[in-house]
Write a protein that binds this ligand. Structure first.
Ligand SMILES: Nc1nc2c(ncn2[C@@H]2O[C@H](COP(=O)(O)OP(=O)(O)O)[C@@H](O)[C@H]2O)c(=O)[nH]1
Ligand SMILES: [Mg+2]
Length: 322
């Protein structure tokens, strides 16, 4: 499988992703082996997260941007993080999930997130899928996520650059800018800057650009730009491409890419550690009845949660020794 991946074989890549998505324990074992084997071939792509509310045009943008990247000689892989997809999939009018024109290209690969699952489950798989895409020689990876809840943060945690798409006129609620936007975005695009919305888009962009002056960028030393574009009419896409190049150069020059990825890998590692420790504790046969008891005491406010937690952890470490 590693060999076929290294040849850039897209069918092998799809199979490999299916393998890492599998819950079967024997599959998990092979998945771990596969991931270990491909590690030397990972890390060479530029990873971009793309977020925004449903309907803002993320998929349409990815298609336009991805097609542009292909003309520049890139090999483009698209992954999606959408824990809600089984419910909302295709529910939005004109949803462009399938990205047909991009999907037809030889040097493009598109993979929607596995149906169902928790955000944690989906993002874990997406991180691994991203590595597999890199091993299969894709040098630009676009991760689409809905701008709801924690999924934005999770995607920012696995990418090098974070692009936020907004709608023209959305500048009315600039107050939301502190939390959601500036903490994560390296580039903000006001999409649908075409037809009757073009003027509104320019005003929105100017509003955001001036509001951003007073806020701290996520990447030290980088000025977050606000630009307009039209994914449908292919306006401003080449400009976005050159901004992405500039950002990539900036990150490389300052060793920031290396550092960011190192920190991301460590965070991922500790997430995995806490997850498997917790799973082990919850499934511990000797603790099952004690857990029910303690939980009940916490529920009834008879024991402070902090004390109960400490008791349980002590029980766990003692039981595990014996
Ligand atoms: N006018 C206009 N419509 C767009 C643009 N980009 C996307 N759309 C439309 O907006 C709708 C939602 O697009 P989609 O890419 O599925 O949005 P997503 O939910 O953010 O992925 C579709 O009907 C698109 O055709 C654009 O630049 N201009
Ligand atoms: Mg979409």
């Amino acid at each position: 499988m590693v060999e076929s991946l290294r040849r850039g074989d897209r069918r092998a890549l799809a199979q490999a992703i299916t393998l890492i998505e599998s819950q079967r324990s024997d599959h998990r074992e092979s998945a771990s082996q596969l991931l270990k084997a491909i590690m030397p071939f990972t890390g060479c792509a530029f990873r971009i997260g793309i977020s925004g509310v449903p309907g803002v045009g993320k998929s349409t943008f990815i298609e336009a941007f991805g097609n542009h990247a292909l003309t520049q000689g890139s090999r483009v892989a698209v992954l999606t993080v959408d824990p809600s997809s089984p419910l909302s999939g295709g529910a939005i009018l004109g949803d462009k999930t399938r990205m047909e024109s991009l999907a037809r290209q030889n040097n493009a690969f598109i993979r929607p997130s596995a149906a169902g699952g928790t955000l944690g489950g989906v993002t874990k798989r997406t991180r691994e899928a991203l590595l597999l895409c890199e091993a299969a020689d894709f040098d630009l990876i676009l991760v689409e996520t809905v701008g709801i809840g924690q999924s934005e943060t999770a995607v920012a945690q696995m990418t090098d650059m974070f692009i936020l798409l907004l709608l023209p006129g959305s500048g009315d609620d600039l107050q939301g800018i502190k939390r959601g936007v500036t903490e994560l975005a390296d580039l903000i695009l006001i999409n649908k800057a075409d037809g009757s919305l073009a003027d509104a888009a320019r005003i929105t962009a100017a509003d955001y650009q001036s509001a951003l002056q007073f806020l701290h960028p996520r990447t030290e030393g980088w000025t977050v730009l606000v630009k307009t574009c039209s994914a449908v009419e292919d306006i401003g896409i080449a400009d976005v491409w050159s901004t992405v190049q500039d950002y990539q150069t900036f990150l490389n020059k300052n060793d920031q890419l290396e550092k960011r990825r190192g920190i991301q890998a460590k965070t991922w590692f500790w997430e995995e550690v806490s997850e498997s420790l917790l799973a082990k504790l919850r499934r511990h046969p000797k603790l099952a009845s004690r857990i029910v008891e303690i939980e009940h005491q916490v529920y009834a406010h008879r024991v402070p949660p902090t004390v109960a937690a400490q008791d349980l952890v002590n029980l766990f470490t003692d039981t595990d020794k014996s």
